[in-house]
Ligand binder design. Structure first.
Ligand code: SF4
Ligand code: SF4
Length: 168
């Protein structure tokens, strides 16, 4: 006479219920009905803005200090950018900083908001902002120069603090 261990018997019982599919269907329907009676929520954008956390990766911006941009035009961000979206041309100054970006452009049609530029920058000079609203009327408008990229450091404090914790 064949004998079965406890684990063999329970395996057979599970397989039988699994073959029926009924418990799983009932579980799925219960979940669906629960969701159906929950109140739905729709954000009334653009009247009701989304306020992202400091960890959010919006468009990259250049940090502007009182003395000017932090960027020293080393070009590291441009090298790591997987979308080849950044173009930097260095200029020389008489100041202590010596180098600055004479030209700094990001093609926002190429940018994929990956944040590699931010990670690579040795000066914390380029960071991901909270700005997610981008509208272009033509290709030229999507090339952001320093006029659109520079953002006062006072507006980026939370992101810079987040980066220090994250990298620390
Ligand atoms: S966020 Fe990524 S894709 Fe966009 S500019 Fe920086 S490195 Fe390039
Ligand atoms: S933003 Fe940073 S990584 Fe890019 S060129 Fe300036 S200093 Fe170098």
């Amino acid at each position: 006479m064949a004998t079965h261990t406890v684990s063999e018997r329970s395996t057979k019982r599970i397989r039988f219920w699994e073959r029926l599919y009924l418990p799983e269907i009932a579980k799925g329907l219960t979940l669906t009905f629960k969701q159906m009676i929950k109140p739905s929520y729709t954000r009334q954008y653009p009247e009701e803005k989304f306020e992202p956390e400091a960890s959010y990766r919006g468009r990259p911006v250049l940090v502007q200090e009182e003395f000017g941009e932090r960027c020293v035009a080393c070009g590291l961000c441009s090298r790591v950018c997987p979308a080849i979206a950044i173009e930097v041309q260095a200029g020389e100054t008489e100041k202590e900083k010596e180098r600055y970006p004479e030209k700094f452009e990001i093609n926002m049609l190429r940018c994929i908001f990956c944040g590699y530029c931010e990670e690579a920058c040795p000066e914390e000079a380029i960071v991901m902002s909270r700005d997610y609203e981008l509208v272009f009327n033509n290709f030229d408008d999507a090339i952001f120069g320093k006029d659109k990229l520079l953002m006062p450091v006072s507006q980026l404090q939370e992101r810079l603090e987040y980066l220090r914790q994250y990298k620390g």
